[in-house]
Structure formats: structure tokens, C-alpha cells
Write a protein that binds this ligand. Structure first.
Ligand SMILES: [Zn+2]
Length: 291
């Protein structure tokens, strides 16, 4: 069985300090994300990898040239809703349209900020092919999805594809960004290899702002530790080891491999079931894709 690693990044305004009642202005929020992104892109380039960036439309409209650079470098843009801290159903479609206009690339997937859950039907109706917001584990005080599937599945009622984030098999230990930066790296890598022994895919997520030095923000130690250069070195070591185990690919490339369909066919299947007004928008995008 061929094995794949999906490196995904939530590219957003850095509003995390606000969760801890620390004020941070919009300009700094954008700057922290962008400076980390530039460090991250250098590693990806060094390893000749492309990745999927779940981006808020708010970040994209403030940094259009960066989005265009990502696309030109072969990366993929997906949605991370419109704003990082506003959970409005209308933003499902609006963020998609805004990101498509800026990137000139079709947006197929979404990850809701802070892994909040929206009704799958609504995500499907906004024209998305897949959702990537499910961390199938139990996080006290946040969510409990311990009994949900661990790997790619189709939500039957909406026919939306759901691509869960990777957790270990038995205990469902999450391999998300906090584990990556806090665990002893060889142990984290062992967990990843164990997942790849059973599954064909390892699906991880991080944030570009983790690649910026965060010591000045007074954040909890488990968030600000190993940021900036340490995080850059850590990801570099991780990729160097794991590229012997699996191929790093973008999310839509993985979905195409799983379904044996082209992205164009997958999107056409999605579009066929959409309300009329969204179909029209998508038609333009499909033409964009083909030209
Ligand atoms: Zn986020």
C-alpha cells in the first residue's frame, strides 16, 4: 500500500493571544503569520514539497500577493472561513468565493477555525468537496469525537467527504500541532510511523505563526515553546525522516488517489447536486481551472 503524508497549515490572522485576553492589533496579527509563513515556505522549498493552506479570507484579502505566491509555488489554497473568530454560516460560501477570486484557484475544502463543527449539509451546499475539521478524539473542555471514524469517510446524509486529522489507533492520541511541538520528537515520529503502518495517510496540521518567535506574547508555555527557529528545525528534521516513509502530497491529490477520479470529475459530482446560484459561480471556476 502506498503511504501519504498531508502537511496542512492554517493560514490565519494571529488572534490566538485574544483567547488569553492579550490585546493584539490587526497589523501585528497579520505580520506574525506572514513572517512565520516565509520561514515555513523556505523549508518546504528546500524539500521540494507542496502543501495545503487553509486560509481565512480576511488574511487573504490583506495579503493577496502572498496568496498568489503560494499558488505560483504549487501550493493549494483551501478555506479557513472568513474570519478566524466569527462563525457565520454565510461565510462558508463568501470565504470560498473571496479565496477563489484572489488565488485564481478553485477552493475545494474547508477547515473551520478552532475545529468547530458546522452542519455538513451547509458545507456541501456552499460547494465544498470536503471538510477537514474533525479531530476524532476527546479534548476535555473542547470536544468529544472519540467514536467518529479516524480516516477518510463520506458523510452519508450530505455526501460530503470528511478527512479527519490523524490520531493514534487505540488511545486516539492527537498528532496535531500541540503534540508536535511539545512531545519528544522521536516519540512523535514513532507514533506517526505506527499510524502509517495501518493507514495509508497521515494528516497533520500546523500554523505558519508557529514559525515565528512567540516569546513576546505572554502565551502559555506549551504554546510559545519551540516556536520560531526551533519549530523550523523541528519540521525540517521531521520531513527529513518521514520522507523515507511516505510521499508528501496535497489534500486534493490524496482525495483523487482514493476515489480514482480526477479533481475535475470530483468537482463535477459535487456541482451536480448544488443549488442553482452556487452552480453558476462554480461553472466560472471550472472554466478557470481548465484554461
Ligand atoms: Zn485556525
Amino acid at each position: 500500500m502506498k503511504k501519504f503524508i498531508l502537511l496542512t497549515f492554517d493560514l490565519e490572522e494571529f488572534d490566538l493571544p485574544q483567547e488569553y485576553n492579550i490585546a493584539i492589533d490587526k497589523k501585528t496579527q497579520m505580520a506574525v503569520s506572514t513572517s512565520g509563513l516565509l520561514n515555513l515556505l523556505a523549508i518546504l522549498k528546500q524539500h521540494n514539497l507542496t502543501a495545503t493552506f487553509f486560509t481565512t479570507a480576511h488574511y487573504a484579502e490583506n495579503n493577496p500577493s502572498i496568496i498568489q505566491k503560494l499558488v505560483a509555488d504549487g501550493h493549494e489554497i483551501a478555506s479557513h472561513l472568513y474570519y478566524h473568530s466569527v462563525y457565520n454560516t454565510e461565510h462558508l460560501l463568501q470565504s470560498k468565493q473571496k479565496l477563489e477570486a484572489i488565488s485564481q484557484q478553485k477552493v475545494s475544502g474547508i477547515r473551520i477555525p478552532r475545529l468547530k463543527q458546522f452542519e455538513y449539509r451547509l458545507i456541501k451546499e456552499a460547494g465544498y468537496l470536503y471538510d477537514s475539521s474533525l479531530n476524532p478524539t476527546y479534548l476535555p473542555g473542547r470536544y468529544n469525537y472519540f467514536t467518529k471514524p479516524r480516516t477518510l469517510f463520506t458523510d452519508e446524509a450530505s455526501s460530503l467527504l470528511i478527512l479527519p486529522l490523524s490520531v493514534s489507533h487505540k488511545f486516539r492520541f492527537p498528532l496535531f500541532w500541540l503534540s508536535f511541538k511539545n512531545l519528544y520528537l522521536p516519540f512523535y515520529i514513532t507514533l506517526c510511523k505506527r499510524i502509517l503502518k495501518k493507514d495509508d495517510c497521515l494528516h497533520l496540521y500546523f500554523h505558519p505563526w508557529e514559525f515565528t518567535e512567540l516569546n513576546n506574547f505572554n502565551l502559555p508555555w506549551y504554546i510559545q515553546r519551540r516556536s520560531g527557529q526551533k519549530m523550523t528545525n523541528r519540521l525540517n528534521d521531521f520531513i527529513s525522516t518521514m520522507k523515507k516513509e511516505a510521499s508528501f502530497i496535497k489534500v486534493t491529490d490524496y482525495l483523487c488517489k482514493k476515489s480514482s477520479k480526477t479533481l475535475f470529475q470530483l468537482r463535477k459530482d459535487t456541482e451536480a447536486k448544488l443549488p442553482e446560484e452556487i452552480k453558476t459561480t462554480n461553472k466560472i471556476d471550472v472554466e478557470l481551472q481548465l484554461s
